[in-house]
Design a protein around this ligand. Structure first.
Ligand SMILES: Nc1ncnc2c1ncn2[C@@H]1O[C@H](COP(=O)(O)OP(=O)(O)O)[C@@H](O)[C@H]1O
Ligand SMILES: [Mg+2]
Length: 633
């Protein structure tokens, strides 16, 4: 599990590296177009109003920010004795200017936070809608897509994609844009209060600052990436090792595990040191660039003050204006990096959103009209990948309410038949019909409504038994759930549990035994009450004793329904109306149990072999009961 996780991490970062190019160069327009409808939702006038208000608040906030140093200047000028006055002359405290300064600072803070508060419902709503849209879309995509991807990866994709949207909005709208507005305002103020040279020096300094920041951040990216990769790797190793706690003990390999973990932590350590050191360098470099610009401006201003053309107040105002501007600029490297990463993450999410489902309803698809549930495979050929054909020209029929069994070695294509019937995949040739209707001409929803599937490995939701059985038909009452559970012979077991139907089954249903899980699966299929039933090796993972118990349940379930059984143990198919022996995607024998035995062909020899195996197993069991053989023989 951890290895697969690992394997999926490496290409992710590679992809991120190359995708970041397109994201920052070409993809940004597309990404912006993709987010826009979520930011400016048609059906939510209230959110649109918020966007407008937030923008207004932002602009007002910036104007106030630029005004604050003015009050500072007034206070300083008020405290400075007029030229020519006695040096020791007593000056009045400029109370008004100082209070105005304090008030303006409060307003500045108020507007900054107000802008966030007004906007947060917009960005949260955008994140939620995009997450749900993506989630819906993922369920619409085909099985093939999901088998090719790891679920954890998809989950991360949504997580990171929506988080990226939050980041992106926050940083562009509330960091970059306001900083630019403030910069423009500062330049205007400097031109008005001083002259154009002040604005020009500020402009040049900032341009140089941005150039430096982006350049260094670009160069640092590889250290950060290494840091993230090594971090993922070491945590994967730790998780994997702890999951395998027992295995580690069996081999006494604690020391080996610790060394392995330490090696990957060492790699992280190296990468982290590089990443941090380069960050400190960036911070220092930024401060140097800014300080040089600031010094130049203050020298100019100092000269003017000395000339008497400007006051001391002007001098401190200049300083205050620029220091304020430095606050958003200081974060620029981080913001630049975050925006780039967000663009990549969003891009990846939108890529998935643009992916077309492989199997889509025909535009004129109708609901499947089931009369008896007669299923026909007509000359069906199928391949997953064009270079390897799996099913060769197969035809068979399950008359309404009858049972057909498919047996054969693993890899013969048995499960593939059930996936074709469920239309997880499209046939490459021939057709499959239900009551005369080609399954490609009906809606997938109506097709899947009438088919109940009990797979070999049932996976349950990490919830209660009630929830898992009820999943067969959301909204089913407790009585209906219990009725289904009785039919599946699991009711007595459930009520015997301390928490009864409220017992939680654990992740993937791991807290139940195989047989119990399978009966829960049967119960939920019963609750769905479909006219067509597919049992794909539903009992093969169970021991023969449990299987016999479940078989009774299954016989009851399949009565009156068209049933396709894929079976491993032949004893479960004796009563089938037809048995098809499949090998390598070909039908090699078919008929009823007795006829096939009489034929003394492949089926007969499979039967013979199973009898022998089961005899041995039964003898062993008998011996064990008498205590002659240790339990693990
Ligand atoms: N998603 C898939 N992509 C490619 N090949 C597959 C896929 N699923 C199954 N196969 C191949 O198709 C063949 C038939 O598989 P399956 O129908 O599952 O066999 P079984 O008879 O054991 O149920 C196997 O050789 C398997 O390797
Ligand atoms: Mg199978």
């Amino acid at each position: 599990m951890a290895n697969a996780h690992n394997a999926s991490t490496a290409p992710v970062s590679d992809a991120a590296a190359s995708a970041s190019m397109t994201a920052t160069r070409g993809g940004i327009g597309r990404t912006m177009r993709a987010i826009l409808p979520y930011m400016w939702p048609k059906s939510r006038m209230d959110l649109r109003a918020r966007v407008v208000i937030a923008l207004v608040v932002m602009v007002v906030g910036r104007v106030i920010t630029v005004i604050v140093p003015f009050f500072y200047k007034m206070a300083v000028d008020g405290l400075t004795p007029a030229v020519g006055a006695e040096a020791a002359a007593i000056v009045a405290v400029p109370v008004l200017a100082i209070v105005a300064y304090g008030g303006a600072r409060i307003m500045m803070a108020l507007f900054q936070q107000l802008q966030n508060a007004v906007f947060v419902p917009v960005s949260q709503h955008a994140q939620r809608s995009i997450a749900v849209t993506t989630f819906r879309h993922l369920h619409k995509l085909s099985l093939r897509f999901h088998l090719d991807r790891r679920t954890g990866g998809l989950n991360r994709l949504i997580d990171r994609g929506t988080e990226a949207i939050g980041f992106f909005l926050r940083f562009t709208l509330f960091n970059i844009v306001p900083a630019l507005i403030e910069l423009a305002l500062v330049c205007v103020v400097l031109t008005l209060a001083f002259d154009w040279r002040f604005a020009a020096i500020t402009g040049v300094t900032i341009i140089f600052y941005i150039w430096f920041t982006f350049g260094i951040t670009e160069w640092r990216t590889k250290f950060r990436r290494q840091m993230n990769d090594t971090d993922t790797e070491s945590s994967t190793k730790a998780v994997d090792s702890l999951i395998n706690y027992e295995t580690v003990k069996y081999f006494g390999n604690e020391e080996h595990e610790a060394k392995r973990f330490d090696r990957s932590m060492a790699a992280y350590e190296r990468a982290a040191i590089q990443a941090m050191t380069s960050l400190y360098f960036l911070n220092f470099g930024q401060a140097v660039v800014f300080a040089i610009g600031l010094t130049a401006l203050m020298t100019l201003a100092g000269m003017e003050v000395a000339n008497g053309t400007k006051t001391l107040g002007d001098f401190v105002m200049l300083n205050a204006l620029l220091i304020q501007l430095y606050v958003p600029l200081n974060l620029l490297g981080f913001v630049y990096h975050q925006i780039r990463e967000s663009l990549v993450d969003m891009e990846r999410m939108f890529d998935v959103l643009e992916q077309e489902p492989e199997i889509e309803d025909a535009s004129d698809a109708k609901a499947l009209d089931v009369r008896g549930g007669e299923i026909k495979f007509e000359d069906v050929c199928f391949h997953y990948d064009a270079d390897r054909s799996i099913i060769h020209n197969i035809s068979f029929e399950i008359p309404a309410g009858k049972t057909v069994a498919v047996v054969g070695p693993t890899g013969a294509g048995k499960s593939t038949l059930s996936r074709i019937l469920y239309r997880f995949y499209e046939v490459s040739e021939g057709r499959v019909t239900i009551d005369g209707q080609d399954i490609r001409d009906v809606t997938q929803g109506s097709l899947r409504d009438v088919i109940g599937m009990v797979p070999q490995d049932t996976v349950l939701f990490n919830d209660t038994i009630r929830y898992n059985i009820g999943y067969g038909r959301p909204g089913a009452s407790q009585d209906e759930i219990e009725h289904a559970a009785r039919q599946a012979q699991i009711h007595d077991f459930v009520v015997g549990l301390p928490k009864g139907y409220d017992t939680r089954v654990g992740e993937r249903g791991l807290k139940l035994s195989g047989g119990e899980k399978q009966r829960v699966a049967i119960a939920r299929t019963l609750l769905k009450d479909p006219p067509i039933l597919v049992l794909d090796e539903a009992t093969s993972a169970l021991d023969s004793h449990t299987e016999k118990e479940i078989q009774t349940a299954l016989n009851a379930v399949s009565r009156g329904r068209s049933t396709l059984i894929v079976a491993h143990r032949l004893s479960t198919v004796i009563n089938a109306d037809e048995i098809i022996v499949l090998d390598g995607g070909h039908i090699i024998e078919r008929g009823r149990h007795d006829a096939l035995l009489a034929k003394a062909g492949r089926y007969a020899s499979m039967w013979q072999r199973q009898l022998e195996v089961e005899e041995v197993a039964e003898k062993l069991e008998a011996l064990r009961d008498t205590g002659d053989v240790p339990a693990d023989a």
